[in-house]
Ligand binder design. Structure first.
Ligand SMILES: C[S@@+](CC[C@H](N)C(=O)[O-])C[C@H]1O[C@@H](n2cnc3c(N)ncnc32)[C@H](O)[C@@H]1O
Length: 255
């Protein structure tokens, strides 16, 4: 059954899930780390040399922030995350804005807006993208990664709601981007992890902060039924698969 939550309750649960995962994220989120590295590479490939001001939302523990610091020399970050404890991602002298990217006053006139593995949590993506585009200088870059509709396909097939609200395939991105943004790069590439059992899958989700909106109680009976169904439907010699379906997009604001 679909969750019947208000957007605000939803945001609180998303934040609670990620706050709980702060200690485990960097070890467990191996796919997100690869996604951030790829996004940083795409940004470096398209960034004009004079990039100075970067706004990154949903920075979390700084997986993309660190990848970008390594790729772009001398940039100054303004960082944001729903979880206030992520302020430690900011370097001394950098600004951290706590709260939803939809609620904060966005820094204006920035050269690059970047975010990895966060946009799928936003309830009004076209509206957010319009505001983000307005905050860019002419010629500035918007560089994001999200997830396509095959994200956690196995969970969806098993009727679990461990999913974020906004999965978009690469070709759907052109429809949600404001008209003043020109697409420079768009790609999508699935990757599948394998786990020894269903409990390990659920632990992986918890350790990466994902189950903040699942809204499900895992009684022993439910867990046993879920594990049996996962094994019967998807079990392989390698273990139980869990598919990630990342999408990368880099766009430039018109001059
Ligand atoms: C999967 S983590 C990604 C963290 C980091 N960007 C990375 O690539 O590892 C998603 C992050 O987005 C944050 N987040 C979720 N919804 C948000 C919102 N509406 N505004 C700002 N941050 C949000 C979460 O708190 C979490 O830190």
């Amino acid at each position: 059954m679909k969750d019947q939550m208000t957007p605000r309750a939803d945001t609180a649960r998303i934040a609670a899930g990620f706050r709980r995962s702060l200690g485990t994220y960097s070890t467990a989120a191996t796919v997100q780390a690869e996604i951030a590295q790829e996004l940083a590479r795409q940004i470096a490939a398209h960034a004009p040399p004079e990039i100075a001001q970067v706004f990154e939302f949903g920075c979390g523990t700084g997986v993309l922030t660190r990848a970008l610091r390594a790729q772009l020399n001398g940039v100054q970050f303004i960082l944001n995350d729903l979880v206030a404890e992520c302020a430690t991602t900011a370097a001394p002298g950098e600004v951290f804005l706590p709260g939803s990217v939809d609620d904060i006053a966005l820094p204006q006139g920035v050269d690059l807006i970047a975010s990895a593995s966060t946009v799928q949590w936003l309830p009004d993506l076209p509206g957010t993208l319009r505001r983000l585009s307005e905050a860019l200088v002419p010629g500035g870059l918007l560089a994001l990664s999200g997830f396509g509709t095959a994200q956690f396909a196995q969970l969806g097939a098993l009727g679990s709601a461990g999913a974020a609200p906004g999965y978009l395939n690469a070709r759907q991105w052109r429809q949600v981007l404001p008209g003043d943004l020109q697409v420079l790069h768009l790609s999508q590439r699935q990757t599948t992890l394998h786990f020894p059992d269903a409990l390990s899958v659920l632990r992986h989700l918890r350790d990466t902060g994902v189950n903040g909106v699942s809204g499900q109680r895992w009684s022993r009976r439910r867990l046993t039924a879920f594990a049996a169904a996962y094994q019967a439907r998807f079990g392989t010699a390698e273990g139980l698969p869990l598919t990630y379906d990342p999408v990368w997009i880099v766009a430039r604001k018109a001059y």
